[in-house]
Design a protein around this ligand. Sequence first.
Ligand code: GUN
Length: 304
Amino acid sequence: MPKVLDGAAIAAQIKQEVAEEVKLLAVRGVRPGLAAVLVGHVPASEIYVRSKVQTCADLGIFSDLISPPDTVTTEEMLELVENLNQRDDIDGILIQLPLPKQVDTKALLDAVSPAKDVDGFHPVNAGRLQSGRPALAPCTPAGVIEILKRSGIPISGQNAVVVGRSDIVGKPAAMLLLHENATITICHSKTRDLGAVTRQADILVAAIGRPGFITPEMVKPGATIIDVGINRVTDRAEFDRYFAGNAKREATFAKRGSTIVGDVHPHAFEIAGAYTPVPGGVGPLTIAMLMANTVRAAKMRRGL
Ligand code: GUN
């Protein structure tokens, strides 16, 4: 039986460590602060941001939720970010994505002070990460590394294949794995004979945003699979393709009319040596790493 890598338990451990650090900083008169910018009313974003703000409260981190209307302009957002850059009570700035069409997302992310860029999306932090300098790394890829390390899965010398080349997950995940001395391959939609490449993976990271994309024949027996995907399934036929005969999923689907599947077909997990489930794998780490980055930014900004 493959080992299930319990992301929720690892996230709880990290949050516990962050809370301890927050207590130590309080003795020195420092309270880390996070500004969360949530534009408009995107239901998924509202859920994520609420959870981020609640976690701040749980850990003793100050948070300020700023909610501009969905008619906000790029200029207004730039002014808001500049204000947050200047505020001394704010160590981390999180701009929840996606933003409305009229807002220039790249211009905005570039305007966040790299010192407060707790999402690790600023090109300065991407460059620092790439060139092996201290950087605020994107939270989801940082969480992937924490899962591997804290589960005792060796990285050094292993073949790590990352499927997906986004700036937010795929590229930084590959870079972090490289820093841990993995041999890395990044695959994408134009990769020829993808299965032949993924079958070389000792560590397979799926981050392409396509439900059930990694199928059993694409997996080397005994590999570690890290599934970053979060895809909602509402179609019955699609549900059956992934979860037919799974009583627990049947119950969820019957109750809610939907369930979540990752980028990995559930049957592919059966071939793995270890894997992160969806939900409950990588997802919980993202918020834990955001909290860790906020405390790190607070310390770095004060030269601690
Ligand atoms: N939207 C979906 N995931 C993320 C994330 O990790 N950070 C931000 N800022 N927005 C997101």
